[in-house]
Design a protein around this ligand. Structure first.
Ligand code: SAH
Ligand code: SF4
Length: 364
């Protein structure tokens, strides 16, 4: 049966036309699926019983299934989701005082292999379909009890594409999913509340800027090509200067909507005052803010987190140059939900490794 979730508005309209239904039916379906969160045709009470029955014979409204749900002591929640082919990916909800951010995955595993990232060590990789990306938002809405799409006081106010995978290596599906998520008659999250994080797929940054105008985050992590080549290997294809040029040209960037530069703090690798000064020099002329991410450990990782002192000194230099430079507090570390800790192929961790990353045996 064909899944209606993940079809664009135009595709849904076309589908209903082929099904012999009038165009307004497509609009009704859209509303039920994305505004009301209906999980069955039966729930769609504005459609006639006969039509609902006929739809149910041909179509499904399918979400991924939750194969494990974890909640951190800090309120962060993580769902391991299983897709119809048995593959899995993780989605994380991070509640804060005045907002709640959903961290969405774009791939099972990742095409790339950044040295400090747990996801990059996962062997099996495939792109997620648009339905599987939108499905993550719908599952979170289910769990948070946020149907119909609430106009205010939401627990899910922001989306970041910072889960597993490189979103710009799965651009078509990500773009399709985000257009569904941004649709005002459905999930209704504005482009200003959506941030796409990329390790630097330069040609796709241009497309993303032209077509989606979401906020951009760049995983920079190093200020010299020799080091970035090692830490973020895609740098060999698109080095720092080209990446920053694409940022300068990013159309929706402005002082009100700055580009976020993510910088993972690795002890004695990229955390010196000289690195901070070079970062400031590189960012000149770009409406930028810097996000310092203390390295989050995972079993077998070849790095250590920078000391608090080194992080503070680095932040001071960036801040003094006029950039906001918050240090990202690790969230959900006890459930391996923090940045760069996501991984979904089943690894049996040795007891010593579990201890090191603070997991309980039940979770491993
Ligand atoms: N693939 C995309 C988006 C997912 S990663 C990208 O790389 O931008 C989200 C952020 O977490 C990226 O900035 C990534 O570099 C960072 N990250 C990866 N591993 C990390 C780790 N172990 N500790 C802290 N941050 C990490
Ligand atoms: Fe992939 Fe991003 Fe991890 Fe690099 S940091 S391996 S691009 S998920």
């Amino acid at each position: 049966m064909k899944n209606l979730v993940g079809l664009s508005r135009a595709e849904l309209l076309e589908e209903m036309r082929g099904f012999g239904a009038e165009p307004f039916r497509a609009r009704q379906l859209w509303h039920w699926i994305y505004n009301r969160g209906a999980t069955s045709f039966d729930a769609m009470t504005s459609l006639s019983k006969a039509f609902r029955a006929r739809l149910a014979e041909h179509y499904a409204i399918e979400r991924p299934t939750v194969s494990r749900a974890l909640r951190s002591t800090d309120g962060t929640r993580k769902w391991l989701l299983r897709f119809s082919d048995g593959n899995e990916a993780e989605t994380v909800h991070i509640p804060e005082e005045d907002r709640g951010t959903l961290c969405v995955s774009s791939q099972v595993g990742c095409t790339l292999t950044c040295k400090f990232c747990h996801t990059g060590t996962q062997r099996l990789v495939r792109n997620l379909e648009a339905a599987e990306i939108v499905g993550q938002v719908m599952i979170a809405r289910d769990a948070l009890g946020e149907w119909p799409s609430p106009p205010e006081d939401r627990q899910l106010t922001n989306i970041v594409l910072m889960g597993m995978g490189e979103p710009l290596y799965n651009y078509e599906n990500v773009a399709k999913a985000l257009k569904i998520v941004m649709d005002g008659e459905g999930l209704s999250l504005s482009k200003r509340k959506i941030t796409l994080s990329t390790s630097g797929v330069v040609p796709m940054i241009r497309r993303c800027g032209a077509e989606l105008q979401v906020n951009l985050a760049i995983s920079l992590h190093a200020v010299r090509d020799e080091l970035r080549d090692v830490l973020v290997p895609i740098n060999k294809k698109w080095p720092i200067a080209e990446l920053l040029q694409a940022c300068r040209e990013y159309p929706s960037a402005s002082n009100a909507r700055r580009i976020t530069f993510e910088y993972v703090m690795l002890k004695d690798v990229n955390d010196s005052p000289a690195d901070a000064r070079e970062l400031v020099r590189l960012l000149k002329g770009i409406p930028a803010k810097v996000n310092l991410i203390p390295f989050n450990p995972w079993p077998g990782a070849p790095f250590e987190r920078s000391t608090e002192r080194a992080i503070a000194a680095f932040a001071d230099i960036v801040f003094a140059a006029g950039y906001s430079a918050p240090v990202r507090t690790p969230r959900g570390e006890d459930i391996m939900a923090a940045c760069g800790q996501l991984k979904s192929d089943s690894v049996r961790l040795r007891a010593s490794e579990r201890l090191r990353v603070g997991m309980s045996a039940a979770e491993a």
